[in-house]
Design a protein around this ligand. Structure first.
Ligand SMILES: Cc1cc2nc3c(=O)[nH]c(=O)nc-3n(C[C@H](O)[C@H](O)[C@H](O)COP(=O)(O)O)c2cc1C
Length: 206
């Protein structure tokens, strides 16, 4: 059975605008893809491992071409669990609000945990090789302001995620940005509805 990994980084549950759009995406996705399972990973509820010196040493060991052993390997048990869960997915849905022009810190911590040499990428004579291949990603965001025109250069969220996940091999990334959310109730309702329509169409086509 194929698996969609749904990564959430808003703590707002039912109040979340991002999740209101994501809900429509998931409903359509499940009906179009009845043979897929959805694995929900709510980063705001996870006790993500922090990058202690032992864990960081592990990264440098791998970068130096060594294998993990002893205490370093033990310290990496949680990291490996997250890497395996991420790599076992066939497609990804990320649901995030914009926080301070970029991504919420829980998603950044998750990226720092799973983006590891040998597992998600490797260096070869020809340069970096991403190992997360042949998979699609959909990112649903909501933003208080509107970053689609005059404020575009202040959007460090979409370019960052495109570059970071592109680095590990994910090139097929579709963004659904609900914006602006905090400039009036009517506009918010209108933009959520538009993003939900788009989410439905993308979930059908993917
Ligand atoms: C900590 C924090 C930082 C935020 N930073 C921004 C920002 O930089 N730009 C912006 O347009 N909105 C910002 N917002 C507003 C949210 O992006 C917006 O309200 C979004 O719709 C919230 O999504 P959610 O309901 O799914 O949590 C911020 C909100 C919070 C709580």
């Amino acid at each position: 059975m194929k698996k969609l990994l749904h990564i959430i980084a808003t703590p707002r549950g039912d109040e979340s605008r991002t999740l209101k759009v994501s809900k429509v995406f998931l409903e359509q996705f499940k009906s179009t893809h009845p043979d897929w399972t959805v694995d929900k990973l709510d980063l705001t509820q996870e006790n993500l491992p922090s990058l202690t010196v032992k864990r960081v040493d592990g990264k440098y060991a791998l970068l130096g071409g060594k294998d993990l052993s002893g205490e370093m390997k033990d310290a990496w048990a949680e990291i490996i669990k997250h890497i395996e869960r991420f790599m076992s997915a066939d497609a990804y849905l990320i649901s995030i609000p914009m926080w301070n022009f970029s991504i919420p810190y829980t998603l950044k911590q998750y990226i720092d945990i799973i983006f590891q040499p040998k597992y998600l990428f490797r260096y070869t004579a020809a340069g970096v090789e991403g190992l997360v291949t042949n998979r699609k990603m959909v990112v649903i965001t909501s933003r208080g302001g509107d970053y689609s025109s005059a404020m575009k250069s202040a959007d460090f969220q979409e370019p960052y995620l495109r570059f970071a996940f592109g680095f590990v091999g994910l090139k097929d990334i579709t963004f659904i940005n609900a914006q602006p959310m905090d400039m009036g109730q009517d506009l918010q309702a209108q933009k959520i509805a538009a993003a939900q329509d788009l989410a439905k169409a993308i979930a059908q086509a993917i």
